[in-house]
Design a protein. Structure first.
Length: 278
């Protein structure tokens, strides 16, 4: 399909009809078709929800257009790896060992699974801070908590995509080396929460990275037996530990979401920290 045909199909698309008066549509035409058109601005989108829905609509229409032009309408990409441990089971093993220790978990499905595990165990959610919408920041939050509570074991449940987003946090953790913190990196090599697209996390030597950053202890595990051993050792160790856990891609179809708000979660967690401090 040549440029003229693509341009004709684009100009006849529902996407162009809906967004032809916006910067988004104009940018596509200028960059991909080298058309000299007047720039437009997005008008009337002042609320976050409206802006978010607008972005969703744009991406949906773009994907639909792409599917029509590339003839992949009926194809569904399935991402997978060779690892066998499911993330929810991994987190369940972590909570078996962490008990009532404070846990800071990364955004996305990991926090959703942690919430449901506590529900299933009939445990309080006060033990956990769910880092909702702040991808890559859970380890930095955990570092702050660990430094303020040196006599309490602090756990961070992280993901490869999140760590990649803010790798400088590992250098900061290694430099401070809190003796009471366990950093668990669940590595499935994918951005699973947003579709499972691959990260480069599956190709990185995380143990080498951790040791280069100053982590005194770092191990990689790919079985539940090895995971339990590493978790118990880290629990009883008075040094910063990293545990990389090789994880499969996938989650339960009926995985729910937290039934508390982010504000309620924060307040309950902060109250628990104060309780521990006495």
């Amino acid at each position: 399909m040549d440029k003229e045909q693509i341009l004709k199909q684009y100009l006849e698309s529902t996407f162009y009809e809906k967004y032809k008066e916006t910067y988004v549509s104009d940018k596509i035409l200028r960059e991909f078709f080298e058309e000299e058109l007047k720039l437009h601005r997005l008008y009337g989108i002042k609320e976050y929800k409206q802006a978010h829905q607008f972005n969703v609509n744009v991406m949906t229409d773009l994907l639909n257009l792409f599917s029509r032009t590339t003839k992949v309408d009926d194809e569904k990409v399935v991402y997978k790896n060779d690892n066998t441990m499911m993330r929810e089971d991994i987190i369940r093993h972590i909570t078996d060992v962490s008990g009532e220790d404070p846990v800071i978990s990364t955004t996305g499905k990991a926090s959703r699974e942690l919430f449901e595990i506590r529900e299933a165990k009939k445990m309080s959610h006060k033990y956990d801070f769910l880092t909702v919408g702040s991808m890559g920041h859970s380890s930095s939050i955990a570092l702050g908590v660990a430094e303020s509570m040196p006599d309490t074991k602090i756990w961070c449940i992280d993901g490869d995509g999140a760590v990649l987003m803010h790798m400088g946090a590992m250098a900061l953790l290694g430099a401070n080396a809190p003796k009471n913190m366990v950093h668990v990196l669940i590595n499935n090599g994918a951005h699973e929460t947003v579709g499972g697209m691959p990260t480069v996390g599956g190709n990185i030597d995380w143990i080498g990275v951790a040791k280069s950053c100053g982590y005194p202890n770092a191990v990689s595990v790919d079985t539940f037996e090895a995971l339990d051993e590493a978790l118990k050792a880290a629990k009883n160790r008075s040094e910063l530990s990293l545990i990389e856990v090789k994880c499969s891609i996938g989650a339960r179809e009926d995985l729910g979401r937290p039934t508390t708000t982010a504000l309620e979660n924060k307040e309950n967690f902060m109250a628990y920290l104060k309780e521990l401090k006495g």
